[in-house]
Design a binder for this molecule. Structure first.
Ligand SMILES: [Zn+2]
Length: 1008
């Protein structure tokens, strides 16, 4: 049986819906083409009101040979109560391709869990047959150097070429509508003979990836099936979307850490596409956020800004013209961060687009009550959504398809103009050095942080940016370092401040880069992505946009901890260099001879891989600098014994690490480091932000146990199992005026209602990663006691962000409190940290400064008292009383000899106030309030002084954060609680601060 729903259909000509006057114009149907009446009737049945459909999608053309989505779905696209799995969606597109010469399906890669991703090309059969030639022409337009930047040649290519419009669906798993909408859209594009569809087919190659997040899609379908099978019960939230991260998969377009990001980018660039249009669901009824709001990303071509407006507002006009309410553009999404999937196009000379349509997170038909903010009439939303509405998945599919069809129609009408813009944007990228600058970025060959450098260059290459290697020394003018920095040997600032002199003109000095360094030239077609990643960002506190949508900064050179020099001097483009055609590799190996090997510690992530790869090796860490093998080695240098030379060399080479062999161990204080047993603890509240930590450990080959707070509640011998427990930030904030984060972590969710399982069963086969019968219980009193005992018995509990807040609030970090934020504003900024304790192994391999990612400006205050320092006198707050003398004189009482008062302490903001002998005495009522010497917390890294604090992004009210503690080593019994105010492991972008975590893990039993 070929059509389950449609098997009994009678082919009728054009009767189900009479085309209205609009449809009779641009979007008129082919009166000769029969419609699929059964399917068409279902569309009408599942659409809750006719205004939620359009003449474009209120019918389905019939075909005697091409299967409709009903063939696989058993019902029409957008039908209630059913969501297809990834494999069924793929199966439909395969059937479509088998049945229609206008459809081609390509496998574009796999997800982390091995699920197939596809791209489906739809166009006229002649176009598909000539794909190769068309692509060859598009490739030339994509790289105007290939035609010598010759506009006439470009015009000739444009005249012969067809553009590619790439549509991506369901990157966000609870946004469930896109796959069925795209199945039906593909069918329409392949089958419908309406003149406008024929025009689209012959003027545009439509490329579709129906499911971007395939792992998350299947888990979402499981969850929905559980919901259907358990009526009246509350389902768990979608605890895991992709294998590592949830909503943040749409922030990975910079770091490209996820398979889906690389697969989509490679497809987009491999097809030389002009548009990347990503489908989302949240606000009613169709928000075309292509136009977005300011501030716009500072690195996009102004031509793109015009295209955004053009396409966005045309969409609004068309759908409004069909009588569909609630279609708007502009809105409040700022277009600053390039982390979104769609931004792959914006940063590679294409057009980024995004729809938010109205979804019900599943296929239930629901009565929805909108917030006033969603139905309010505004200048950009003159026809707002209805305040109350009965809404179905079919409505959503109608909006998605109608929007896309009108967009494709507009694109087909303007195909040559968009192709010419595509060429022009590429050409303008190549002309960037002369038009706007800079000329290039240089990553010097002598950078000690070559592990981080290699990782950064690798990302640029994944971004398809060209990286060259100099074949001789290069001397160019670079900005002079600001004078106050002259005493510092820190080079991280030297290339990237624009170096304004006192007269306002840039001051430059000559700098020579040794041969073999890396150069990212800006006279290349994909210069914009490299520039956006390597430059710094500034978000003015005065910007009218007060609600940044995401991080305000991401400057990769800073966050990777590797030197990146912005070179404005165009002379560099004539310097000798060769383009690297292979991924950048760093050679490593053993130098010299002997049975003891010394390895520099530059906080390289590769060291962590090496430690676990050579579990049996005897590794010690030097606690002080020393000289050996005619070299100087810093504190933290590894001293390795008992390794097989051949295995060791191979491993070093693979990791790009060097070892210096010596015959005798250096005479330096050292301690041994093992391969500590790590647990990564998650809650059942949210798993997103820890996913980035999990990914970092997996990618580096570091073994760990993945445990939940519920595991900890059951496990009364944590110390017997683990040396280190990591607790990453939670992607949730305290409920205002209500439950704090610690309350939620300890108590979990309220136990009303039903148990909410996250479990692999026959009905929910994809709910893996971790499992529980009920996500509601939290850590509990028992779990907290187990954690306390773990630290007390010598374990390391390492907590970051609001997980650090939890450690403080539950007493695991005596003497530490959270600094009141006052009027501080930080939104995903890059801030400067300063090493406050050079002797701490946590800081091994770091210089004086560390660039740190701060999500919200969290910092810590320390005290030697359990009650905190408030009330302890200090020199800064002391005000002299009324009495004799001037304001700086000492008052002397009359009638007795004056006694000099003890000098008041003047602690720095990151330090605890030192206690005098009297204050150190046990207080008679609260004798335990004084923290013993060996149990006092200390700051290992602090935030920089206020005028140096901001490296990149948004900062205001910085005095509340300046000089406060950023990384704190707190004591609890024999163990340590290490607190991070920053997030050291974030989106694969903060390689430079990973080492703080890894140093702490490896030295967990030698932190003092
Ligand atoms: Zn979304």
């Amino acid at each position: 049986m070929r059509h389950r729903v449609v098997c009994a259909l009678v082919l009728a000509i054009g009767s189900a819906a009479t085309p209205d006057s609009f449809a009779a114009g641009t979007y008129a149907r082919d009166p000769q083409q029969p419609i699929d009446t059964a399917y068409t009737a279902k569309i009408a049945e599942y659409t809750t009101e006719s205004q939620f459909n359009s003449p474009l999608t209120n019918y389905l053309p019939a075909s005697t040979s091409v299967p409709t989505p009903a063939k696989v779905l058993g019902d029409v696209s957008g039908a209630p109560n059913m969501l297809p799995y990834t494999k069924d969606i793929v199966r439909y597109f395969d059937l479509l391709a088998q049945a229609s010469p206008r459809v081609k399906v390509l496998r574009i890669g796999k997800s982390e869990e091995g699920r197939e991703m596809i791209a489906v090309a739809i166009a006229d059969e002649a176009l598909l047959a000539g794909l190769k030639d068309n692509d060859a022409r598009l490739a030339q337009l994509a790289d105007p150097r290939s035609i010598g930047l010759d506009d006439a040649k470009a015009d000739a290519l444009v005249a012969q070429s067809t553009p590619v419009y790439y549509i991506t669906g369901t990157i966000h798993s609870p946004e469930t509508g896109a796959p069925t909408a795209l199945m039906e859209l593909a069918y329409r594009l392949a089958v419908d003979d309406a003149p406008y569809i024929r025009k689209i087919r012959t003027h545009v190659i439509t490329l579709i990836t129906p499911v971007v997040e395939t792992d998350g899609r299947d888990r979402m379908v499981d969850l929905y099936n559980w919901h259907r099978a358990n009526p009246g019960k509350t389902p768990p939230p979608l605890m895991y979307w992709g294998h590592y991260v949830a909503h943040d998969n749409n922030r990975d377009a910079m770091g490209l850490t996820l398979n889906l990001s690389r697969n989509v980018l490679d497809t987009y660039l491999g097809w030389h596409a002009q548009v990347l249009h990503d489908l989302h669901e949240s606000v009613p009824f169709l928000y075309d956020n292509t136009v977005g709001d300011g501030p716009y990303n500072a690195w996009v071509d102004p031509i793109l800004v015009g295209e955004w407006q053009q396409l966005g507002w045309d969409n609004v006009q068309q759908l409004t013209g069909f009588g569909m309410p609630g279609v708007f553009a502009h809105g409040d999404f700022d277009t600053w961060s390039p982390g979104y999937l769609m931004f792959m196009a914006a940063m590679h000379n294409g057009i980024s687009r995004l729809y938010e349509t109205f979804g019900n997170s599943g296929a239930d038909t629901l009565d929805r009550i909108l917030d006033p903010a969603d139905y309010a009439r505004t200048w950009y939303r003159p026809n707002p959504p209805l305040p109350k509405v009965r809404w179905s998945q079919r409505n959503n599919n109608n909006y998605e398809q109608t929007g896309l069809l009108t967009a494709l129609n507009y694109f087909a009408d303007n195909d040559k103009r968009f192709l010419r813009n595509f060429y022009l944007k590429g050409k303008r990228s190549i002309e960037k050095p002369t038009a706007a600058g800079p000329a290039a970025y240089v990553l010097p060959v002598d950078d000690a942080h070559r592990d981080a450098q290699r990782q950064l260059l690798h990302i640029l290459q994944l971004q398809h940016a060209e990286v060259s290697r100099s074949t001789g020394p290069i001397t160019v003018q670079v900005p002079a370092a600001p004078e106050k920095d002259d005493k510092s040997d820190d080079k991280s600032n030297s290339g990237k401040t624009d170096g304004q002199g006192k007269d306002g003109k840039p001051k430059t000095v000559a700098r020579t880069f040794a041969a073999g360094g890396f150069v990212v030239r800006m006279d290349q077609p994909y210069a914009r992505i490299a520039d956006a990643l390597l430059d710094r960002q500034f978000w003015s506190p005065e910007d009218p946009q007060k609600h940044p949508y995401d991080d305000t900064a991401w400057s990769f050179g800073d966050l990777f901890g590797t030197e990146v020099v912005r070179v404005a001097d165009n002379a560099i483009l004539k310097a000798p260099m060769e383009l690297l055609r292979e991924p950048v590799r760093v050679q490593g190996g053993v130098q010299g001879s002997g049975n003891i090997y010394l390895i520099d510690n530059h906080a390289d992530t590769a060291l962590m891989t090496l430690r676990y790869a050579l579990k049996d090796a005897d590794v010690a860490v030097a606690e002080k600098p020393f000289d050996a093998a005619s070299r100087h080695f810093g504190a933290g240098t590894w001293i390795v014994r008992k390794v097989d030379n051949a295995t060791f060399s191979t491993k070093l080479n693979a990791l790009g690490l060097d070892a210096y062999a010596v015959a005798a161990a250096p005479d330096v204080a050292a301690h041994r480091i093992g391969a500590p047993r790590i647990a990564l603890m998650h809650t059942w509240l949210t798993t997103q932000t820890e996913g980035w930590w999990r990914m970092a450990l997996d990618k580096l080959g570091v073994p760990y146990s993945y445990i939940s707070t519920q595991t900890v509640a059951r496990e009364d011998n944590l110390r017997g199992r683990y040396d280190v427990i990591l607790f990453a930030p939670l992607d949730m904030s305290d409920a205002p005026g209500g439950a704090g984060i610690s309350h939620l972590i300890v108590n979990g969710l309220p136990l009303w209602g039903n148990p909410m399982p996250w479990k692999t069963t026959a009905q929910t086969p994809n709910m893996n990663i971790d499992q529980t019968d009920d996500i509601r219980p939290g850590l509990g009193a028992a779990g907290l006691a187990h954690l306390q005992r773990f630290v007390e018995q010598g374990g390391l509990f390492l907590a970051a962000g609001n997980a650090a807040r939890f450690a403080i609030e539950t007493g695991l970090a005596p003497g530490v409190s959270v600094t009141p934020p006052k009027d501080l504003r930080v939104v995903g900024s890059v801030l400067k940290g300063v090493v406050a304790d050079e002797a701490s192994p946590v800081n091994f391999g770091y210089g004086k400064d560390i660039a740190m990612y701060s999500a919200d400006g969290l910092s810590f205050k320390l005290s030697n008292l359990l009650t905190g320092d408030d009330g302890l006198p200090n020199a800064k707050d002391y005000k002299r009383p009324t009495g004799r003398g001037g304001p700086h004189d000492v008052d002397t009482p009359e009638g007795r000899a004056s006694v000099e008062a003890a000098e008041l302490p003047a602690p720095k903001p990151w330090e605890a106030t030192p206690l005098n002998a009297d204050q150190s005495q046990p207080n008679v009522f609260f004798p335990y309030m004084v923290i013993p010497q060996d149990q006092r917390a200390r700051a290992l890294v602090r935030f920089a002084d206020e005028d140096e604090l901001l490296i990149s992004g948004l900062l205001s009210g910085g005095s509340a954060l300046a000089e406060h503690a950023a990384v704190v080593d707190a004591r609890y019994g024999k163990g340590h609680t290490l607190l991070f105010a920053i997030n050291p492991i974030w989106r694969g972008e903060t390689i430079g601060s990973y080492g703080l975590v890894f140093n702490a893990i490896l030295n967990f039993d030698h932190l003092y």
